[in-house]
Design a binder for this molecule. Structure first.
Ligand SMILES: Cc1cc2nc3c(=O)[nH]c(=O)nc-3n(C[C@H](O)[C@H](O)[C@H](O)COP(=O)(O)O)c2cc1C
Length: 320
């Protein structure tokens, strides 16, 4: 049996594997292009980038592969509209809108012939998205890395969303193996979005120090912090998260009001940039709950082949 393909509107990926967008500058052109080239959907993270940088990244990824390349942008970012248009200008196939809901993005995508895929946390928002013209929705569970929009586990939430819409539903959160992909597809998903597993690959633009934090993490090291975005976030414990949990917020050096609605307790963009660049004591290392199950840093090709092989074993009755 072959792994099923994933169709999102007019775009089809050979494999039902979506590499989640990861800001700031974790999932850039090299990662997205490698995933798309290996048969999945590669997503560049637009949040925290300048519009022209995003356009360049999308062009670079599209030049490197004929596969499906999209862009993930957080609705909470003040420059959301500019970034969506920058992604479209670069030739993105798909716009994924996370951390908030935007009505406008459906119209911008429709006009440009680009598929619009919101991240949803309830049946109500999934139905609304379908009505506005979404080509698919992503359901992110509480296990996910980064900002969290729900307390529910993905496999609890997913079947209810699948029941409530007719468009493809993509499950996200806690999946790092082919067996996990099988469980998600068995629950009714048309595809699986994985972030954490792809952050620790050769092509990820995270620093080596960031990737080592994943490889060395145990379950006790995965913590929840409060983000100034107004949502909890999941990260790997370090001196910064210890400070945040105690309410001891680092002073903001420079604020450009990059988020529409920021509590300004500290600057999350600065902390994410620091971690990506290698400061894993003062930066914020976002990671999903399954980070402790990651023990290596494979190339995207090796990882995709492994995921397919694991899925085949699980599908033929084996376990991992
Ligand atoms: C380092 C990191 C950064 C992330 N950044 C974003 C982001 O910018 N926008 C977004 O919608 N989701 C973001 N996410 C969530 C992922 O896109 C994906 O949905 C999630 O990681 C899935 O859960 P998993 O990590 O357990 O696979 C991020 C996740 C990680 C681990």
């Amino acid at each position: 049996m072959e792994m099923p393909s994933l169709t999102i509107g007019s775009r089809t990926a050979r494999l039902p594997i979506v590499q989640g967008g990861m800001a700031v500058r974790i999932s850039m052109a090299p990662l997205a292009a490698a995933v798309a080239e290996a048969g999945g959907v590669g997503l560049i993270a637009g949040s925290g980038l300048a519009a022209d940088e995003l356009t360049r990244e999308v062009r670079a990824a599209k030049a490197a592969t004929s596969g499906v390349v999209g862009v993930n942008i957080m609705v909470a970012v003040r420059k959301f509209k500019d970034l969506v248009h920058a992604a479209i200008e670069g030739g993105a196939d798909i716009i994924v809108a996370g951390a908030g809901f935007s009505r406008d993005v459906f119209g911008w995508c429709r006009e440009a012939g680009v598929e619009c895929v919101p991240i949803v946390g309830s049946e109500r928002v999934a139905k609304l998205s379908e009505r506005f013209g979404a080509s698919a929705v992503i359901v992110e569970g509480h296990e996910a890395g980064g900002h969290l929009g729900t307390d529910e586990y993905m496999l609890d939430l997913l079947p209810r969303i699948v029941e409530s819409v007719t468009i493809p539903v993509i499950g996200a959160g806690g999946v790092v193996t082919g067996a996990g992909i099988k469980r998600t597809l068995d629950a009714g998903a048309s595809g699986v979005q994985m972030g954490t597993r792809f952050a620790a690959t050769v092509e990820s633009s995270a620093s080596d120090e960031f990737k080592s934090m994943y490889v060395n993490a145990t379950d006790e090291d995965i913590v929840l912090i409060k983000s100034p975005v107004g949502l909890p976030g999941r990260a790997i414990r370090n001196p910064l998260t210890q400070r945040l949990v105690g309410g001891d917020y680092p002073v903001i050096d420079r604020c450009i009001s990059c988020l529409k609605d920021c509590g300004k307790e500290y600057c999350i963009i600065d902390k994410l940039v620091r971690a990506q660049q290698g400061d894993v004591t003062g930066g914020l290392v976002f990671a999903g709950s399954a980070a402790a199950r990651i023990h290596d840093i494979p190339s995207v090709r090796e990882l995709m082949e492994r995921l397919v092989a694991e899925w085949e074993v699980a599908t033929s009755g084996g376990t991992q």
